[in-house]
Design a binder for this molecule. Structure first.
Ligand code: ATP
Length: 411
């Protein structure tokens, strides 16, 4: 079933829980379209309005303004028990004095089982679905946190709801259990094909589990997209910094070359026997939109250092540009005592690669790699490397690895 939110705001007295301010100083509400059968996640920091959105959809609260529709039907005035939604919260909220089977059957208090099944049959098939077929006679307190949450999921699914709402269902579990449970939840969701709205503050979980995510900040939706799109092509600086590690730079445009000139320079680079710059096809975040501007090669002054980026955003001389480069797009050329000849911190002339000299300020061992924090020109950068780094480090990134997240007109 399709879920639509149109211009939804929620205020609690003076507190605006949902709805951002727009340029005309009015309030712009939240718009969302969740497709039938989609696994859709609201992700954002604490207090950004995720739970409020979910409670409005469940009918526990009424929106101050705006419309919520299930499959085109307006929900204003429809009480929660008539909305055909299943809800799972962070705390499993199972009844300790009821058996596991009785807890699942409690989900059927407002309705008969779907498809003509008896209550017993329905409970048995749900316990099968959540992979706890023999747990019916047990006491919920005998189960692990992950198992209890699967029982809570079975209870929510018991009446065969049109919509499944999950509010941080895994946040009370340890990391390993969370990873296992999210695979199970995703599998159950796709088996049933049930439209699902999932709330989490954990961006990694959101990327792993969702068909699409909405990144929320301060009561507003900043970006909606597939996990890949949100990670590779963040539309705002907030999204760039919230979703995964990122390096955000700010600079002033010194010069930019139009698309045609850029194409020529691409040819000349290729003629000189060096790799042409890839800006199309399966490259980093460059799934080209035919209507988008053609790439520009832009020279920036970033705190006194010349940096070259390639972008499809239209920019002009003196514009202030914020762009980001993911740590995995930064290559470590040399570190510690290794030779570092030549000029530091400059764009290599005639190529599309930027070289920066930085100093290690800290490292974190992550198992399969090491996250290293660097100081460069009074800002912190993050890179990934196979082995821990120390001392001075030379890194490089391609001009095409940069992704522009903000342009402020200069002059
Ligand atoms: P968290 O991840 O911490 O649960 P959240 O993104 O789910 O955060 P909400 O619970 O939706 O955030 O809260 C959004 C804002 O609305 C917060 O500033 C919160 O304090 C406020 N808020 C939520 N419920 C109420 C309420 N009943 N009365 C007053 N303010 C509220």
């Amino acid at each position: 079933m399709q879920l639509t939110l149109e211009n939804v705001c929620k205020e609690y007295g003076e507190t605006v829980a949902l709805g951002g301010s727009d340029e005309s100083d009015g309030r712009s509400g939240v718009d969302l379209d969740v497709e039938d059968g989609e696994f859709f996640t609201l992700v954002g920091p604490s207090g950004c309005g995720k739970t409020t959105t979910l409670r409005l959809v469940a009918g526990f609260e009424a929106p101050s303004t705006g419309s919520i529709r299930f499959g085109g039907r307006e929900m204003r005035g429809v009480p929660p028990e008539e909305r055909d939604v299943g809800v799972v919260f962070q705390n499993y909220a199972l009844f300790p004095h009821l058996s596991v089977a009785e807890n699942v059957a409690y989900g059927l208090r407002f309705s008969d089982p779907p498809g003509g099944e008896s209550r017993e049959e329905r409970v048995a098939s749900l316990l099968e679905l959540v992979d706890l077929p023999d747990a019916g006679g047990r006491d919920p307190t005998e189960l692990s946190g992950g198992q209890q949450q699967r029982i809570a999921l079975a209870r929510a699914l018991a009446p065969g709801p049109d919509l499944l709402l999950l509010d941080e269902p895994m946040s009370a579990l340890d990391a390993r259990l969370r990873e296992r449970l999210r695979l199970q939840v995703k599998e159950i969701q796709s088996t049933l094909g049930i439209t699902t709205l999932y709330v989490t503050h954990d961006q990694e979980e959101a990327l792993a589990i969702s068909d699409r995510v909405a990144v929320m900040n301060d009561g507003a939706v900043e970006q909606v997209g597939t996990p890949q799109a949100v990670y590779r092509r963040p539309e705002t600086r907030f999204v760039a910094e919230f979703v995964g590690d990122n390096n955000v730079f700010e600079g002033r445009v010194v010069s930019s070359r139009a698309a045609d000139e850029f194409e020529e320079s691409r040819d000349s680079v290729a003629v000189e026997g060096k790799s042409p710059v890839e800006t199309e096809g399966s490259g980093w975040g460059k799934e080209r939109d035919e209507t988008a501007d053609r790439p520009q090669r832009v020279e920036l002054d970033v705190g006194g250092t010349a940096i070259t980026i390639v972008t499809e955003n239209a920019v002009e001389t003196d514009d202030r540009v914020a762009f980001c480069v993911r740590p995995e797009q930064m290559r470590v050329l040399a570190s510690g005592s290794e030779e570092m000849d030549g000029e530091s911190s400059r764009a290599r002339t005639g190529t599309e690669t930027n070289v920066l000299d930085a100093t290690v300020s800290g490292t974190e061992f992550l198992g399969e790699s090491t996250r290293t924090y660097l100081r460069w020109n009074d800002r912190e950068l993050t890179v990934r490397s196979a082995n821990p780094l120390s001392g001075k480090v030379r890194i490089e990134f391609d001009a095409t690895a940069a992704h522009v997240v903000d342009v402020e007109r200069g002059g």
